[in-house]
Design a protein around this ligand. Sequence first.
Ligand code: NAD
Length: 470
Amino acid sequence: MEQTVSLLDAIAPSPGEPGREMLDPATGELVGVSPMHGIAELEAAVAAAKAAQPGWAAAGHEARSAALLAAADAVEAHAEELARILSREQGKPLNGPNARFEVGACAAWLRSAATTPLEPETLVDDGTTKAVLHYRPIGIVGAIGPWNWPMMITVWQIAPALRMGNAAIVKPSNYTPLSVLALIRVVNQALPEGVLHVLAGDREVGAAITTHPAIGKVMFTGSTPTGKAIIRSSADTVKRLTLELGGNDAGIVLPDADPAAIAEGLFWGAFINTGQTCAALKRLYVHADIYDQVCEALTAYAANVPMGVGLEEQNVLGPLQNKAQYQIVADLVEAAKASGARILLGGNPQEDQPGYFYPTTLVADIDNENPLVAEEQFGPALPIVKYTDLDQAIQWANALEVGLGASVWSTDPDKAREVAARLQAGTVWINAHGVVDPRIPFGGAKQSGYGLEFGAEGLKHLAQPQIING
Ligand code: NAD
């Protein structure tokens, strides 16, 4: 605990500077005080980044990779301290696929960005023409992130940016600034001064990043409406954008699936981070032949997964991160109930308890048009829709304007791949959902965004391609 105090102290505003008290969504207790940065701090960060970036770019891949590997070591050296800050501010438990897991992922993605090869590509070399494609730094990259996986998503944005020789300016969500400030403080132990900045400001600071003429690219992860606002606001400076936006991922369970074997995977595909995950399973379509068995197996598994205060080791599900998100989930479940849908589990929040806890909720016999199916709930409430005709299920899965992930569940991998090929989503998993891997590119289809993250493709998206012809 002593260490936690020290990092939180280090990032706190100096006396007299503006600050915002951050409260634990599980208990309402004070976690720490975040500074409140504004446009003046953005200008100072841009000036420092401009001064530092050429040296960072000139240092070369080897030196930058070494720095990122050292940053991964520093994150691991502070892992428990970072996980505790994250757990208390975001709400996710320490244990399970939550806070410690997220900090571990930060180290893994830093290492992957450091070690993924990306060489210049000779495109033509026929004796008369020689054309080589190089990947140059863009300059300064803005990184704007959400509150659900605040540390991991920040690393997804900055690690490839830094590797490719850019400076970066991070703007965390104002629901989770402490987590990101603490992370950047640790990462900066391994980087030259001026290369990496963090500004804990309101959305005005985010908006100013998207219009700033000195910033060449914005990495944005967040909601689809904000993504659209960023496309508009970045137009005048023709900024490069990578947009990872909202989703409403469908999963289709084929009639040959084994309900008992898939229950655990379905549960964590939907409920990881208490459902507050972009590429979580948010609509489940189950064939009528095994509908009842899947509902039973999922309910039996879900009923035994402990939810509670994050610092208590037995818990692996936590509260919603904020009141607005709690209300979205509660309203959608109430509307589903009112429509006559059947609650298999949950749906009965205890309003008199502290914290934004919404119980694990499974809703059966629900129409595809119900808002709990058609809208992104981003919380622990999964609608389970019955289908009899596979073409109909695929049509339902593809009917929305978003397409981040999707999944197919079956004992026949060839059949599952055939169905997967017909789904409109950036990633389709088979017998799993939402599993990300630093070696495998990730990005959305349709209004879930554009651009890829991770692997060599991810590095290319943080570079300015340049052809040398001759
Ligand atoms: P949000 O869009 O409300 O906020 C995201 C960030 O944008 C915050 O830092 C916010 O301060 C900033 N912002 C707000 N208005 C801005 C503007 N006009 N210009 C620049 N920045 C601005 O999203 P959220 O509620 O924090 O996150 C939840 C959403 O994010 C969900 O829809 C979820 O599906 C999506 N998400 C997507 C991915 C992915 O990889 N596709 C990952 C995580 C979350």
